[in-house]
Structure formats: C-alpha cells, structure tokens
Ligand binder design. Structure first.
Ligand SMILES: NC(=O)C1=CN([C@@H]2O[C@H](COP(=O)(O)OP(=O)(O)OC[C@H]3O[C@@H](n4cnc5c(N)ncnc54)[C@H](O)[C@@H]3O)[C@@H](O)[C@H]2O)C=CC1
Ligand SMILES: N[C@@H](CC=O)C(=O)O
Ligand code: NA
Length: 438
C-alpha cells in the first residue's frame, strides 16, 4: 500500500492486478479505470489497476484496456499487487496463481466457483495462514449478494435449507424453450453470445456449474467443507421440448434447481431439473436471472433475486468484493478465517422426499394400467394423477403421464427401474421431480 501517487494524494493507494480480461474481467477493468475517482471517493481507497494478465495481448475485447497494462506474465503482476482479481476460470493455473498470492499475504478476489468447489478448503487455509482475504461474491449467482449474506449476515443463525435457480445459462435456455418454443441448441448459442455461459458450456448444461455453486454456498451455510463430488447432479440435456410442453399444459414450468438441505444425518446437496407450478415465485424467474431462497431458524424465509450471469452484473459483485477488501486493507485488518467446524457429511438422495412426474409409453393392452399400478404399489409409492393418451404415431402405443404423491427418492427410483423391466412398458420417456411449493 502506498500514499504517494498523484491523482488521489489524500487516500491510500492499492495496486490491483487482474488475471483474465474476458466477459467479466474486461468489465471489471472498465469500472476500475472509468470510475476510479468515484470509487476512491466512495471507499476512501484509490484502486490502481497496475497490470492485466491475459493469454493474448492483441485479442479484441468488450472494453479496450490500455495496451501498456496488458501482459502475458501473470506472476509478475501478482507479485507486484496488493489485491489480485482472478477471472480466468478453470482449475489450473488459477489455483497455483491464487495460492501464490495468498501465500504472500496478498488479498484475492475471484469468481471461480469451479476452483472453489474443488479446492476451496486449500485456498481458505492458505488465506488463514497468511492473514490474507479471500472473497468470491461473484462465484455464486453472479450479481446477487448471497455469499456475503450467508457468510456474515446469517453467521448468528442456523440455516436449514437453501434452494434456487443458480445458473443463468440453463435458466435462459429453459425459459426460451418455454416461452418461445426455441430449440435447445439455438437457446444455448444465444446464451453464449450474451456472455452467460462458461468457456465450456458443458459445465452449464450438465449442471456442474450449478453444482459447484451449491457446494460453495453450502460450505458457508452449514459451516462444513463440501465439494462438487458431494452434489447429486443432473443437468438439462435430457429435457426435451415435449417435457417442456407437457409441463406447460399442466400449469408447470421446468427449472434447474440447486438445493442444500440439512437432514438428520448431514446435508443433502442436489441439482436437477424440477417441475414447479407456473405461479410459484421461482416460476417467474426468467432469462438469465437467478433466485435463491434461504430458510434459517430465526430469520425464517429470505429471498435473493437478480442477474445471475453476464459481464456487467458479475463485475458488480467483483467490484463489491474489491472495495470491501480495500477498505479492510486500509484499516490494517486481516481476512476472517472461515471455519468448517460443523463437519457435516453430505448425505445421499435416498431419503430425500419428493413427488415425481413420470412419462412412459406402454403397449395398449387389456390390464396394462393394473400392471403399472401394481409396480407403484409394490414399492409403496402412491399415484396422484394419471393421464393416458394415444401415441399419434402408433395406435398400439399409449403415452401415460403419472404424477406420484410424495415418496422417498430411493423408492421412486426403484419404481422407475421396475417400470423399465415391465414387458408392457415400451419406454420410460422422462422422470422429473415436482416441487409443489407446499
Ligand atoms: N460470465 C459470467 O456470467 C460469470 C462468470 N463467472 C466466473 O468468472 C470467471 C471468468 O468468466 P468469464 O469472464 O465469463 O470467462 P471468459 O472465458 O470470457 O474469460 C476468461 C478470460 O481469461 C483468459 N484466460 C484463460 N486462461 C488464462 C491464463 N492462463 N492466463 C491468462 N488469461 C487466461 C481467457 O483468454 C479469457 O479471455 C470464471 O471463473 C467464471 O466461472 C462468475 C459469474 C458469472
Ligand atoms: N455460466 C454461469 C455464469 C455465472 O455464474 C451461468 O450461466 O450462471
Ligand atoms: Na453473488
């Protein structure tokens, strides 16, 4: 930290190094450079962007960063900085670079949920050992303040559950399929164009990004360490236009939900596509918007809503962390070590209770419905509604749409397994949990 630079002599100056100048990084650079005076007045600290480490200094960027700031030498800018902002993504070299900064006592701000969900504990320990700060508001639900409220505002409460829409790309795709009838691939291409998707959008559509966020948020909510492997994860690639249309006919909409739920034995973490009533508050979360509900013993229900992806919204979260970290450094404060003292284990899906919408095609024979009903009864699963239509392509086949009453996940999946084995069942077309909002 210095106080000698010329433009803002009255405030302490901090050197900021930026790693990565893509969708989010270029917007962070824009705010740091274009709003430097305003940020200094607001925070009492002048943030000097001293270097931007990139792979290609000549690449075209959303915001033109002065050429003299760009470098391919990440280590030099890290070593020269008071605060390092990591926005390159992925595990390596991001992990090594962040550790280099933290081990040297340098504050780090990152949006890298993939890294945090894999090596979060290692990074927290490095920060604790050197007294440096590690902040990552952008890593969960983009612009929405949720990491800080979970870490600080709810530190005196006991969180019992969070659930929400935490991936902008998949919400955008599902919303486009629902509202415009767009094809999956076209909606994904548009989400990529708008800067919502990860560098490899497989992470979005397979649910890994939402699962990483669930692990990061759960670690804070339940004072334990969870990784990506602890999250039951199903993406949206198996969701068809027919599923979306069928859900719509029944007054439902399909959303990719991320849930962290305290149980008797630990914490269940899951990400999967779920049918929710169209008039449910999560049914009204459109485009790349995200929403997170949190339930805590004393606070009751809380809801957080906002833009979950995109360069500018995500830059807002990064800048919030930056200003906050700068203020702490200026006061001489160290980072706050994050404890995982509760050490709650991740528990499997087996005992999670849910309702399930199951669509099967059956051979249209006498007694087929009785056979189907028997399979459900054998597994202790009760059917709530059943709707039979003729397959327009084949009159010998019927399409059966069933919705169950609430049952244990394991019983429901065993039922589906038994249906697959039943000779009268031609195909199990889809199996989607139903959230009733009760
Ligand atoms: N795009 C979004 O809406 C959000 C992104 N994030 C996270 O923010 C981070 C950045 O995301 P985006 O800006 O969207 O990604 P991006 O792919 O647009 O930008 C990453 C940039 O880093 C550069 N880069 C990659 N490896 C590098 C290396 N080894 N050295 C120097 N530069 C390197 C790439 O060339 C690219 O320009 C990721 O961790 C992502 O998960 C978090 C919240 C929202
Ligand atoms: N790819 C992510 C970006 C924000 O975290 C998403 O679509 O939500
Ligand atoms: Na956030």
């Amino acid at each position: 930290m210095t106080t000698s630079a010329t433009s803002h002599p009255q405030t302490p100056h901090l050197k900021v190094a930026l790693l990565g100048a893509g969708t989010v990084g270029s917007q962070v650079a824009r705010v740091l450079l274009d709003s430097k005076d305003e940020l200094a007045l607001r925070s009492g600290v002048t943030l000097d962007l001293v270097g931007v480490a990139v792979r290609d200094v000549d690449a075209k960027r959303d915001y033109e960063i002065p050429r003299e700031l760009l470098t391919r030498d990440a280590d030099s800018v890290i070593d020269a900085a008071d605060i390092v902002v990591e926005l390159t993504g992925g595990i390596e070299p991001a992990r090594t670079r962040i550790l280099r900064a933290l081990n040297a006592g340098t504050t780090v701000v990152t949006g890298n949920k993939a890294l945090l969900a894999a090596h979060g504990r290692e990074l927290q320990d490095a920060a604790a050992a050197s007294g440096s700060q590690l902040s990552y508001e952008a890593a969960v639900a983009g612009a929405i303040p949720i990491v800080r409220p979970m870490r600080d505002s709810l530190a005196g409460d006991k969180v019992t559950r969070f659930l929400g829409i935490m991936n902008g790309t998949t919400n955008f795709i599902l919303d486009q399929m629902d509202t415009t009838g767009a094809a999956f691939d076209d909606a994904l291409a548009e989400a990529q164009e708008l800067g919502y998707a990860e560098a490899d959008p497989t992470a979005d559509v397979e649910g890994h990004d939402a699962a990483a966020k669930a692990a990061v948020l759960a670690s804070l909510a339940f004072h334990s360490t969870f990784t990506l492997d602890d999250v039951h994860c199903e993406g949206i690639t198996a969701v068809t236009a027919e599923d979306v249309a069928t859900a719509a006919e029944a007054g439902y909409v399909i959303k990719l939900l991320s849930v962290g739920e305290r149980t008797e034995d630990g914490v269940n973490l899951r990400v999967n596509p779920v049918m929710i009533p169209r008039n449910h508050v999560l049914g009204g979360v459109h485009g790349a918007y995200n929403a997170v509900f949190v339930e805590a013993e004393n606070a009751g229900s809380l809801m957080f809503y906002g833009q979950g992806a995109g360069g500018e919204p995500t830059a807002s979260a990064v800048l919030g962390d930056l200003v906050s970290a700068a203020r702490a450094i200026a006061r001489g404060a160290e980072g706050i070590p994050l404890s995982d003292h509760a050490k709650l284990p991740a528990v499997s899906m087996d005992n999670v209770t849910t309702r399930m919408a199951i669509t099967v095609t059956v051979k249209d024979r006498l007694g087929v419905l009785a056979q189907i009903a028997q399979v459900f009864a054998d597994h202790g699963v009760s059917i709530s509604t059943m709707h039979q239509t003729e397959d327009p392509k084949d009159q010998a086949i019927s399409v059966l749409r069933l919705v169950t009453h609430t049952g244990r996940h394991r019983d429901l999946m065993d039922t589906v397994g038994a249906l697959r084995e039943l000779p009268v069942v031609a195909e199990v077309l889809s199996v989607i949990p139903v959230e009733t909002g009760d």
